[in-house]
Design a protein around this ligand. Structure first.
Ligand SMILES: NC(=O)c1ccc[n+]([C@@H]2O[C@H](COP(=O)([O-])OP(=O)(O)OC[C@H]3O[C@@H](n4cnc5c(N)ncnc54)[C@H](O)[C@@H]3O)[C@@H](O)[C@H]2O)c1
Length: 361
């Protein structure tokens, strides 16, 4: 396989689903995890796509990730509900939490759903898209418990996770507006992808173990480890801190501090507090017209032909369209690591070879 290889999305999905079935997941769980990971790659967020598989398998073998497990309600206070993810696949627990929150928002007009102790919930935009597909606005505050890799503003070592923040706004006749990003200058997974590809990351994203700025992604992969910086200096740091508190503390989960440090980087535990709102219930008859007028107004700003003005979420829509047509690109290092993970869970060389042939590599 050369570095320019592209994989057909559905065929790759079949392979990913087979890996989780081989690991012991029931059919539906294997499908939900594969759906989510492939959707992240299709959206262009390879950092949260199938490249996570080796880490998930290590987490399972270390006893952190619980397969065939579900979220359970800890407290139901009507419009506010708290769930324990029970260490389940985040792709299962977050789906269940969003489904319950959507039901609550239908009933009450607004709902807050808190999920703690879930394994990695991946690309947060996926959960926002679940809310938007039901016609709701949603806001998501997320923390990563005890896995610090981001330095506070002015700090020189890692004190918290890449704490993503996400907002979605559905539109009647177009794609939902979607803000979805890590509060670190770049997602950790993007340093992994850059490291596999042997390329640098942009300036202003990393410091090394001595707190010196660097563009070498190896400082996030090889000891002594450095740190990611937050985006937008003190502003990004403040948002990251609020994601930690809103996501970790308010959800009934944990924040990152000395007592909650995880012994393995593969034990990715997420907490998420989500606010889901029915936009129909505001006294805003012009909301749609005002939204579209603003979208057209900003897009009309003069710009270079090769640097279009995009709305939040549009980059993902464009990337999805392109990858459904052209296939999902994957570097050789990530592909090798996924194949090794498949063998680790017991997939035979013969079966692996069949998938390789179907995928054309
Ligand atoms: N589960 C976790 O613990 C965790 C942690 C960190 C990140 N994540 C996920 O990682 C993914 C990647 O995060 P990231 O920080 O690398 O995202 P990113 O830097 O690629 O930013 C993505 C956001 O920027 C918007 N965008 C991109 N280009 C644009 C343009 N030209 N104009 C306007 N808007 C534009 C996108 O629509 C999207 O809202 C996200 O899906 C996030 O949820 C998850």
């Amino acid at each position: 396989m050369n570095s320019g290889h592209r994989f057909h999305a559905q065929t790759l999905h079949d392979f990913i689903q087979a890996i989780f079935r081989q690991m012991g997941s029931h059919e539906q769980e294997a499908q939900q995890v594969a759906d989510h990971l492939i959707a992240a790659n299709l959206a262009g967020h390879d950092s949260h796509g199938i490249g996570m598989i080796p880490s998930y398998i290590r987490s399972y073998s270390l006893g952190h990730l619980q397969i065939n497990q579900h979220a359970s309600v800890v407290k139901d206070a009507g419009a506010i509900v708290t769930l324990n993810g029970n260490g389940a696949f985040g792709q299962v627990a977050a789906h269940e939490a969003m489904a319950l929150g959507i039901d609550k928002a239908r009933e009450f007009g607004i709902a807050a759903v808190a999920l703690h102790n879930s394994h990695h919930i991946g690309r947060i935009g996926y959960w926002a898209e679940q809310c938007a597909a039901a016609g709701f606005v949603s806001v998501h505050f997320v923390n990563v418990v005890g896995n610090p890799m981001v330095a506070p503003f002015n700090g020189r070592d890692s004190r918290f996770g890449t704490n993503p923040f996400c907002v979605v706004f559905p539109r009647k006749n177009d794609f939902p507006l979607l803000l979805d990003y890590a509060t670190s200058a770049i997602a950790f997974g993007k340093t992994r992808v850059a490291w596999h590809k042997g390329v640098s990351v942009p300036e202003g994203c990393l410091i090394d173990a001595d707190g010196i700025p660097t563009t070498d992604p190896a400082v996030m992969q090889v000891s002594p480890l450095g740190s990611l910086l937050t985006f937008a200096q003190h502003k990004g740091y403040a948002l990251a801190a609020m994601c930690e508190i809103m996501g970790g503390a308010l959800s009934g989960g944990k924040t990152t501090h000395q007592e909650t440090l995880q012994d393995s980087a593969d034990a990715i535990l997420n907490c998420m507090t989500t606010i889901i709102i029915n936009p129909e219930l505001f006294g805003a008859p012009d909301c749609e017209q005002q939204t579209e007028a603003f979208a057209g107004w900003v897009k009309a700003s003069p710009h270079a032909d090769d640097a279009p003005i995009l709305l939040p979420g549009e980059w993902e829509v464009n990337t999805r369209r392109e990858r459904l047509e052209q296939g999902i690109p994957l570097d050789a290092g990530s592909w090798q690591a996924i194949c090794e993970a498949a063998q680790q869970v017991g997939m035979s060389e013969e079966r692996l070879q069949t998938f390789r042939q179907r995928l054309g590599c």
